[in-house]
Design a protein around this ligand. Structure first.
Ligand code: ATP
Ligand code: MG
Ligand code: MG
Length: 406
């Protein structure tokens, strides 16, 4: 029979003395994209079995997972069936059926982080309400479900104004900027109208965007990864610099906000906290992802324990690993689709070939079957003895591309 302890773990696992290997817990991952793929890569080192559920048969994780199931992670029946095969259930995307997960948890299914966390995070408006109730600094926001609330938001926040979809948001798809009152109706329409479920945020003028990954084990132990800077292109994470080049005071308040945000959420795993460093030197929370994150790709090469291995350790209940950097500096460069189709593949290939000739560069290709503009196709991590070294190597890597496109 299944028995849950304080942290929602099941005690059906063997005593240590009879475990063969590091862990016999089968980890079920909802989603099979690149994050799932990198979870599988980390798992293979310790022969941890990771199963994936994704609507695509040939998703990035499918060829590397122990068993891949084709099904929708936002479909209750599919999630229920999948959960029967796993010892612990986790996510690589938050747009899953959280209501079903809450029911499954009541029935003894072990889900980490807790479904309550996923439910709060997946609706960005509820997420903002949650964090503001916990006293975490964030940009002013307002629910917008009719023309009256749009009027109110315009009066309160002025322009430019950030209109956001409450649900299904990622890579900036779900954000629309209204530069003036006249642009508000088209911004609302671009996101699918009020029916989509919208809210607005006060425009934040920032000097930098920062991110902190926090890991929490099943025993409640908490560790932070170094603060990084994230640089976006069209609202999509493009470049990550680790560690961030910010004063100690900013580093401290970033870590403080990240720890407070994560302590208000339940369950084990890694959590990525996205932050704004405003023009007047404040640190504000943007959003939290309750899973491995683009801002932590660099940890594979630059930290003693990657965020992927850490997430597995955390959800299984193994000891957490050291989070500090083993190289002085790292840069992660996302390979975003530049053009549709063959030409796009050609450009990505050229860039990766160039990267392979640069010392300290590691190339990751997600093996997505289709190339689309601004789609995350892979990434390149550069590690080196100093920030200037990795920046120089990034320039070297990109130079060729800019020569090519001339
Ligand atoms: P992700 O892929 O990280 O999940 P998302 O689609 O959930 O992204 P957000 O993180 O809300 O979108 O926003 C994407 C980017 O848009 C931010 O990283 C930032 O560059 C910009 N942005 C978001 N909110 C604001 C704001 N209130 N003011 C100014 N810029 C903003
Ligand atoms: Mg998001
Ligand atoms: Mg974001």
């Amino acid at each position: 029979t299944l028995q849950r302890d304080n942290h929602g773990s099941s005690s059906h696992r063997n005593e240590d003395s009879t475990i063969h290997g590091v862990s016999e817990t089968i980890v079920g991952v909802l989603g099979g994209g690149q994050l799932g793929r990198m979870l599988c890569q980390a798992a293979s080192l310790m022969a941890i079995k990771v199963m994936t559920l994704d609507p695509l048969e040939h998703s990035p994780a499918s060829s590397l997972s122990y068993q891949h199931f084709v099904g929708r992670f936002d479909d209750g029946d599919a999630v229920r069936e999948f959960s029967k095969k796993c010892g612990v259930l986790t996510i690589e995307i938050e747009h899953v059926d959280a209501i079903t997960l809450e029911k499954l948890e009541e029935q003894g299914v072990d889900c980490q982080p807790r479904p309550s966390t996923i439910r709060i995070i997946q609706d960005k408006y509820i997420q903002k309400v949650h964090f503001s109730q916990h006293g975490i600094p964030l940009p002013d926001f307002l629910k917008m479900d009719n023309p009256e609330s749009a009027e109110e938001a315009a009066n309160l926040f002025g322009f430019p104004m950030m209109v956001k979809s409450r649900r299904q948001a990622y890579d900036g798809r779900g954000n629309a900027i209204a530069h003036c009152k006249e642009e508000l109706p088209s911004a609302i329409a671009a996101l699918g109208g009020y029916e989509r479920g919208l809210y607005v945020e006060r425009w934040t003028s920032f000097t930098k965007e920062l991110a902190v990954i926090v890991a929490r084990g099943r025993d409640g132990s908490v560790l932070c990864y170094p603060v990084v800077e994230t640089i976006h292109k069209n609202s999509i994470c493009h470049i990550v610099e680790a560690p961030a080049d910010v004063p100690e005071k900013i580093r401290k308040s970033s870590v403080d906000i990240a720890l407070r945000a994560v302590s208000s959420l339940e369950g084990a795993g890694v959590f990525a906290v996205e932050l704004f460093l405003t023009n007047d030197g404040q640190v504000l929370l943007n959003e939290v992802a309750p899973r491995p994150h683009n801002s932590g790709h660099h940890t594979i090469e630059s930290c003693y324990t990657s965020q992927y291995e850490q997430h597995l350790r955390a959800v299984i209940g193994l000891p957490l690993g050291e989070t500090s950097m083993k190289t002085p500096a790292a840069i992660m460069y996302n390979i975003l689709g530049e053009e549709e189709g063959e030409r796009g593949f050609y450009l990505a290939h050229q860039l990766m070939k160039k990267a392979l000739s640069i010392s300290g560069a590691t190339v990751h290709w997600y093996d997505k079957p289709e190339m689309r503009k601004l789609r995350k196709m892979g990434h390149i991590t550069l590690v080196g003895p100093s920030r200037s070294n990795v920046k120089k190597n990034l320039d070297l890597m990109l130079n060729r591309k800019s020569i090519k496109s001339n």
